[in-house]
Design a protein around this ligand. Sequence first.
Ligand code: HPA
Length: 273
Amino acid sequence: MGRILDRVEACVRAIRARSDLVPEAAVVLGSGLGGFAEQLRPVAAIDYREIPGFPVSTVEGHAGRFLLGSLGGKQIAVMQGRVHYYEGYAMEDVVLPIRVLGRLGAKQVILTNAAGGIGPGLAPGDLMLLTDHIASFVPSPLIGPNEDALGTRFPDMTAVYSPLLREKAKAAAKGLGITLKEGVYLQTTGPAYETPAEVRMFARLGADAVGMSTACEAVAARHSGMEVCGISCITNLAAGLGDSPLSHGEVQTAADRAARDFTRLLLALIAAL
Ligand code: HPA
């Protein structure tokens, strides 16, 4: 374990030993988006296992590689795969990579995920820009002694998802003729999908989409002073709203189908950052 900052610094040193590229921005790729990484000609591709203390994913469809390179004239870091709280990692481990990205120099982070659609206007295959989130159903990643060198004890969460980055994402989507919906993302711990009663509750609480990642990462990123953009790929209607049971296979297939537009949108957004 040890102090968070020491762990973060150890990761930064291991990455720095492979490349001195300072990323201006970072992208965390969710389910099905691994192919985005092919757009990048990396100067370094580091397996998560090679970074000391870095959490390693156990989920199918989540490769674990840390890439540094340039794209659209920007120096960026790409996380191909992330870990989830349901894998058994402590929240502190789940968000460690976000803090590493910040410490490497990234000022902006784009978080992507697959999510179940709850809001009336959302259908499988839609891309949804996060306007806000509900993280109240998962433990805060900031619980524990505060690391003042990373951020303040009581960070403000009024505008987690940067209004400026949201405008840029919307402009990028418009320029590409891609429909970009907007809504509130709610994070659950998973790994079970929700029950229909839970989905009805989440709808009443104001959630438009539900997933098992991202909000905790956004909280850690804001704590570290990074600007955040979040985009969900709606892979299915949340439980009880469609007529078939949910499966990870269905989620992956839908994410793969939407990957082309998602990749185009990310490329345009990164170029516009
Ligand atoms: N619920 C939770 N997480 C998800 C879903 C869902 O319906 N779809 C993709 N990730």
